[in-house]
Design a protein around this ligand. Structure first.
Ligand code: PEP
Length: 263
């Protein structure tokens, strides 16, 4: 039986003192009342602060990205070994924002190539994380144009194949896949729960083809995209949705605790 998982992606938000206050609220609001596994992915600069606050709790800390090299001349980057050193349990890879596939464009289009994470670099990152026993949270999802062209399943299957190339089922057993339709991220538009469940089921079937049935049954498939207290229960009660990856709503302790309690 897969344990439900709710992950907060704080993106580029909260200073150390703000993060400390947010975590103290979350621990009071959620910790004693949930059976779900809960993780927070803060910025690199606050991972250590959050990890220390979580030390005596059941909460996990994660990162939002990683570089695949071990060490060296990679200015501005952080390795999987460094994430392990600050007790990271999870790490998001292939988020649509790091792939440069924004649902709601807030940057000039000419700057998009600078984000451009690809299936190939996502694959290298996953391998680097697995080597350090950090569980990847692999994000996949289609843009609005891809959905409207009827290409949703094809795009996601190709992202899965590219990202998981050369990885064994036994290595990815505790990995996570998050279905994040790009058009639903940070836009307030949530994917219809039945459709989100259908896509998560399709993802599990693809994982069975890439690995095997047993591994696919063990991997948790989350939904992400404008999850909030008001829609979490409906989404999380779908048979193929094992929890959520939550952006904006994870910054508000009351809202995030409502989401976790709805598991
Ligand atoms: C995300 O960034 O992964 C996300 C799902 O964001 P939001 O919940 O704000 O749509």
């Amino acid at each position: 039986m897969r344990k439900k998982l709710v992950v907060g992606n704080w993106k580029m938000n909260l200073t150390r003192s703000e993060a400390r206050a947010a975590i103290e609220s979350l621990l009071l609001l959620i910790e004693p009342t949930t059976d779900a596994e809960v993780a927070i992915c803060p910025t690199y600069l606050t991972i250590d602060t959050v990890a220390q606050l979580f030390r005596r709790s059941r909460f996990r800390v994660g990162a939002q990205d990683v570089f695949w090299g071990n060490a060296g001349a990679f200015t501005g980057n952080v390795s999987a070994a460094m994430l392990k050193d600050v007790e990271c349990h999870f790490c998001i890879v292939g988020h649509s924002e790091t792939r440069g596939r924004f649902g709601k464009l807030e940057v000039p289009e000419s700057t998009i190539p600078y984000f451009s994470e690809t299936d190939e670099t996502v694959n290298l990152k996953i391998k680097a994380l697995l080597y350090q026993s950090i569980h990847p949270i692999l994000c996949v999802g289609e843009t609005l144009a891809e959905r409207e062209a009827g290409n949703t399943d094809r795009v996601i299957q190709s992202q899965l194949k590219g990202a998981l190339e050369g990885i064994e089922g036994a290595e990815f057993w505790e990995g996570v896949v998050a279905y994040e339709p790009v058009w639903a991220i940070g836009t307030g538009k949530t994917c219809d729960s039945a459709e989100a469940s259908r896509v998560c089921g399709m993802i599990r079937a693809s994982l069975a083809e890439i690995f095997d049935e047993e591994t696919a049954e063990a991997i948790r498939v989350l939904y992400g995209g404008s999850v909030k207290g008001a829609n979490a229960q409906e989404l999380f009660s779908q048979p193929d949705i094992d929890g959520g990856l939550v952006g904006g709503a994870s910054l508000i302790a009351e809202e995030f605790s409502k989401i976790v309690r709805s598991v």
